[in-house]
Design a protein. Structure first.
Length: 305
């Protein structure tokens, strides 16, 4: 019988037979292989790691390389303000409009048209400050001489076109709150060859905070327009319900546009930029079926039988 050794990590014998494993009786039985110190072939290891390092290097390069910037075009409908001299009087009228139609300019982009305004740079700077104090966000300035601009002013804009010239998909409808657009379904529309006669139909009420904007033609709403909602059309507006919000017809220079509603309780009415607020409307027209049109820069109205 072979006697055991006191140490477990003894070296392997020359013939390859190592120490035996200890049994529960203290004797040794079947031989067990001992750990061997293996040398590392650096040349083979480097060759094996080179492809891996090359792949990692390519991945890091892809992740760290600057990516190209994607630039896309966008077309938006904005309001155009055309100030008149004296500016103090014009600002007073603007305050009157804002007071009687709360939130009209809130979150809405505005283009300042000064093509017919003879002012200098300090006057323009003061006008921009006055508009900013009234929460009127000026997106750009159109028609201004280069000498009027200075750093920090809204950019000069050229080539502004009426909204119907925008390239938009047929029947496109922009609807919702300024900061959180909410889609309104359009269930019917006409698309004749002449874009001016295009129309859309909205078969649901327009809720407070929503906007229906269709500069290509007429808008028909089968339902009511709530207070705080608005309809903006390049053509006429037809509302088969109560009009409690705002209706702006002929928004792109269509002087023949009209507004029709089953029940007039509007906050603001406008045709081709000429507007009336609730305080300007005749008391006997409120709550009535009414049509409105433009005549000599004044909004005319009559009850419908």
């Amino acid at each position: 019988m072979l006697k055991g050794r006191s140490g477990r990590d003894s070296r392997r014998c020359a013939d390859g037979v190592g120490d035996s494993q200890r049994t529960h009786r203290g004797a040794f039985s079947e031989p067990a292989c001992e750990k061997r110190q293996v040398g590392v072939n650096l040349l083979l290891t480097i060759r094996r790691l080179d492809p891996v390092n090359e792949k990692l290097t390519k991945m890091i390069k892809v992740l760290t390389d600057a990516r190209s910037i994607r630039i896309k075009g966008r077309s938006f409908l904005s309001l155009a303000l055309s100030p008149e001299l004296p500016l103090d009087s014009w600002l007073t009228r603007l305050d009157d409009l804002a007071a009687r139609s709360a939130g009209f300019f809130l979150g809405r982009p505005v283009v300042l048209d000064i093509a017919d305004l003879e002012i200098d740079r300090p006057q323009l700077k003061g006008l921009l400050e006055e508009l900013a104090n009234r929460n009127v966000r000026v997106l750009g300035i159109e028609g201004g001489r280069p000498s009027l601009f200075e750093p920090g002013m809204p950019p000069s804009m050229r080539g502004g076109r009426p909204a119907p010239d925008f390239e938009a998909a047929a029947g496109e409808l922009i609807a919702g709150e300024p900061n959180a657009p909410e889609q309104i379904s359009v269930v019917g529309q006409e698309t004749p060859a002449a874009r001016a006669t295009a129309s859309i139909i909205v078969r649901e009420p327009v809720r407070s905070g929503q906007s229906v904007i269709f500069p290509e033609g007429d808008v028909t709403v089968i339902g009511s327009v709530a207070s705080g909602a608005e309809i903006i059309a390049g053509g006429s507006i037809h509302i088969y319900g109560a009009l409690r919000g705002r209706a702006l017809a002929g928004s792109v220079g269509n002087t023949s546009a009209r507004i029709f509603c089953r029940r007039l309780e509007a906050e603001l009415l406008a045709i081709d930029g000429v507007y009336k607020t609730a305080d300007d409307m005749a008391a006997d027209l409120r709550g009535q079926s009414v049509q409105l049109w433009l005549e000599d820069d004044s909004i005319m109205a009559e009850r419908l039988n």
